[in-house]
Write a protein that binds this ligand. Structure first.
Ligand SMILES: C[S@@+](CC[C@H](N)C(=O)[O-])C[C@H]1O[C@@H](n2cnc3c(N)ncnc32)[C@H](O)[C@@H]1O
Length: 502
């Protein structure tokens, strides 16, 4: 009799804990809810044989929800599997597990869970849309084919923001002559080709007054670092991913991760037992690899308007693009859409070529570029810098000088690529001529047409908005502008949408 009463008391205690845990889940106090579910799990495991199996299954499933909502995805998946060991077709758990996998970009595995859930309970109306999402994202992750035309044409309507997934295109990480490791193309691709699509592992945003000083930027940075530190402690997978990144120091034996490590379906195999990153190391990693969205040289942020008195700043970390070094002859740019970044070729890229961003303005003379590289903490030794070191041109830096440059380049018999690189260095002077009718008339015949200069610069150092500015608006130039537009934004929209942008 005593034993029965004890059992009843235990069941009542579990029941009370369950009510409290549910309440905590509803109040979104996930850490506290997870602790109560741990208590329930431990009570169920030590008591009553098979009687509490259903309660145990639900407790694992609900703890999975609490853990997933506090970004502890790996532990959440373990709980889902525990629940499914007890009841293999528990549809609530299957849907939860599917959503966690979807969040981790493991589309095929997520679809498998949703399919199993549908078999167990075909009446759930959420399953068909979830399966359709998985299908679309899986196809995107294989092809990189993104079409944001509808969103662009609708004036970047927030309701129509395209859903993007992870895509790892023809790229690999290898040792780089520039510094430690770099990202390389594995095949020849033409300008505009999408190479990587990836979501930020961490991002922080603010809208701040234009005249706000460094103080507000430091607040943004501190919040960002604190947020990443918290997530790294909770999530072993994030810790493992961040541990692959550079701290900005030259490494004697740089570790070169295999590209599969960054593919969504490989997430399950990622080493989770890396030692946790210490704050100082984490700060160096974030300092070296985070991207400020307002940097702007190689970035284009679509769909966001800033006003004259406020501007938008954000800082984020995108893992695979973090392996991309700088070159003054960059060949890739990035486009930001929501938390995703799309890396695309900004000029034609040869097979095996290193992929490089412009960390700073590469339409600037060598001396200015040297200063900007020094601000970044390195000396650029790219092919263009080395070439320009040898070709010393005393330029005045105004429009009067460009004819002299053209004359000297012709006399020395420079090839098209070399001419493009030097014209890029004196872009401001060329632009000064091409955007003034008076100067254009004055220099006609002495320097090549705007199209010739813009195209040669685009081929040498990649496409840039400033090239569109100098291209005449006559109808014959439409195809040329579209080509430059594709190099700027990537092949992510149809002609009509691109036309409205450029
Ligand atoms: C985002 S990381 C680039 C990837 C890094 N090389 C790696 O091994 O992971 C940025 C750092 O790489 C180095 N870096 C990038 N481009 C460089 C260049 N052209 N020359 C020298 N160092 C460069 C600088 O230390 C910079 O702070």
């Amino acid at each position: 009799m005593g034993a029965v009463r004890e059992e009843e008391a235990e069941e009542e205690r579990i029941q009370n804990l369950r009510s409290k845990a549910t309440e905590l889940l509803l109040r979104e106090e996930f850490e506290a809810a997870a602790k109560l579910y741990a208590e329930i799990i431990s009570l169920c495991r030590t008591n009553s044989g098979g009687k509490l199996r259903k309660v145990l299954c639900l407790a694992h499933s609900n703890r999975a929800e609490a853990l997933a909502r506090s970004s502890r995805f790996a532990q959440a998946l373990i709980d889902c599997d525990e629940a499914l060991k007890i009841e293999c077709s528990h549809s609530k758990t299957l849907i939860r597990k599917g959503k966690i996998l979807l969040n981790l970009n493991r589309y095929a595995s997520a679809a498998d869970c949703f399919r199993r859930a549908k078999k167990a309970d075909s009446s759930d109306p959420s399953l068909d849309p979830l399966l359709e999402r998985c299908r679309k994202l899986e196809s995107l992750s294989k092809s990189g084919a993104v079409d944001v035309s509808g969103w662009v044409a609708a004036g970047f309507d927030a309701k129509r923001i395209p859903e993007l997934g992870e895509y790892v295109g023809p790229v690999e990480v290898k040792l780089s002559d520039a510094s430690n490791r770099g990202l390389f193309s594995t095949k020849a691709v033409d300008s505009g080709t999408v190479l990587v699509i990836t979501k930020a592992v961490a991002v922080d945003r603010v809208i701040m007054p234009r005249d706000s000083g460094e103080g507000s930027q430091l607040v943004l940075w501190k919040n960002f670092v604190d947020g990443v530190e918290e997530s790294v402690h909770k999530c072993g997978e994030l810790n493992a991913l961040l541990s692959t990144l550079s701290t900005g120091e030259r490494e004697s034996i740089p570790q070169v991760p295999k590209i599969d490590f960054f593919k969504p379906e490989a997430a399950a195999d990622r080493l989770l037992d890396k030692p946790p990153l210490q704050r100082s190391e984490l700060v160096s990693i974030l300092d070296t690899n985070s991207m400020l969205e307002e940097d702007g040289n190689s970035a284009k942020v679509l769909g966001r308007n800033s006003s004259s008195d406020h501007h938008y700043r954000s800082v984020g970390l995108w893992i695979l693009p973090s392996f991309i070094n700088h070159s003054c002859r960059p060949n890739v740019r990035r486009t930001h859409i929501g938390d995703h970044v799309i890396v695309h070729a900004s000029r034609d890229v040869a097979a095996g070529e290193e992929l490089t961003f412009a960390y700073f303005d590469v339409l600037a003379p060598p001396s200015r570029r040297r200063e900007m590289a020094a601000d970044w903490g390195f000396e650029c030794r790219c092919g263009r810098c080395r070439f320009e070191e040898e070709e010393v041109f005393e330029m005045m830096g105004d429009s009067a000088a460009v004819d002299r440059l053209e004359e000297t380049m012709a006399r020395r018999g420079l090839n098209a690529k070399e001419k493009g690189m030097l014209r890029a260095s004196f872009w401001e002077a060329y632009e000064g001529v091409f955007t003034s009718e008076e100067r254009k008339k004055k220099w006609r015949g002495k320097i090549p047409a705007a199209e010739t200069v813009a195209e040669s610069v685009a081929e040498a150092v990649g496409c840039d908005e400033r090239m569109l500015r100098v291209l005449s608006s006559d109808s014959n130039g439409v195809e040329r502008r579209l080509k430059i537009g594709r190099g700027i934004y990537g092949k992510i929209m149809k002609k009509s949408a691109l036309n409205t942008l450029i």
